[in-house]
Design a protein around this ligand. Sequence first.
Ligand code: C2E
Ligand code: MG
Ligand code: MG
Ligand code: MG
Length: 287
Amino acid sequence: RSKTEGRNTYRLYAPEMDTRAKNQLALETALRDTAETGEGLSIHYQPIFDWRTGALHSAEALLRWHHPTRGAVAPGEFIPLAERSGLIIPLGQAVMRMVCTQLKRWQAAGLRPVPVAINLSAKQFWQDELPGFIRKMLQRCDLNPGLMGFELTESTLMHDIERGLDTLAALRGMGCSVAIDDFGTGYSSLTYLQRLPVTTLKIDRSFVSDLGTCRKGGCAIVAAVTGLARELELQVVAEGVETEAQLRALDRYQVALVQGFKTGRPVPADAFSEAYLRAMTSGRDGD
Ligand code: C2E
Ligand code: MG
Ligand code: MG
Ligand code: MG
C-alpha cells in the first residue's frame, strides 16, 4: 500500500472489515443457538452406487443448516466456523443423533436402510469421548453398527498417527466402516496407510473431474489410487462424478462405487427413501 493512499485506505477498508467480522460473529451466535436447540439443522443423503450392477451401496450424510433469516448456509461456510469455535462437537453429536433416528425410522417403516457415512472433522476425531459416544448411541438406538460409517481426511489422521490408530481401531472394532475422504489432496504417508484399519478410500472430486479429459494427470492419480487400494484390499469410491465420460473412465480403472450429481444429488431423508430405498425393498420380493 502506497504512502499517499494510506489514510484513505484505512478509512475505506476499516468499516468493511468490521462488517465482515460482525457478520462472522452474528453467524457464530446463530450457530451456537442452533447447536443447542437443533433447530434449522437437517441431513441430506447422497446415494453411493455400484454403477455396474446399479445397486445402491450406501449413502453419505451431509449436514444442512437453514439460518432463520439468511436461509440455507453452505457447509463450506459454516463447517469451518463450527470447527474454529468448537461448535462442531455439539453439531456433530446432533448429526449422529439425526442419522441414527432416521435409520430407525426407515426400519420401522419396513424399509431396509443402507449404511450411512458421517463426516468427522479433526476436532471430533480427536475427542477422547468419541468412541464411547458412538457406542452408547448405537446401543440406545439398537442399531447394527454396520449401518454406520465415518469419513475423515488424511490431514486429520496424519496429525497424530499413533493416537489415530487407537480411535480407528475402536470404530472398526464396533463394526463401523471408516473411509479416508478427499483422498489424494492431503499429505498422507503411504507407509502409514498400510497400517490404518480403514475400509475405504474416497478419490477426491478434483481427480475425478480431470478424468473425462485426462487433464493434469488426473488419470494417473486415479490409476495409482485404485492400484494401491487393490493391493491393500480397500474399497474405492469416486466422489463428484458428474459426466458419462467420467463413468466410462472409472470403469477402465475398475472403480465400481460412484457418488456424484450424475448418479444422485444429496436429498432430504424422505426423498432419499422414496427414490432409492422403496424401490430396493419392493424389488426384493418381500424377503
Ligand atoms: P465432503 O465430505 O467431501 O462431501 C462431498 C461434497 O461434495 C458435498 O458438499 C456434496 O454435496 C458435494 N458433491 C457431491 N457430488 C458432487 C458432484 O458431482 N459435483 C460437485 N460439484 N459436488 C458434489 P457439501 O454438502 O456442501 O459439503 C461440503 C463439506 O462439508 C463436506 O465435504 C464435508 O467435508 C463437510 N461436511 C458436510 N456435512 C458435515 C458433517 O455433518 N460434519 C462434518 N464434520 N463435516 C461435514
Ligand atoms: Mg465426506
Ligand atoms: Mg469428500
Ligand atoms: Mg470434499
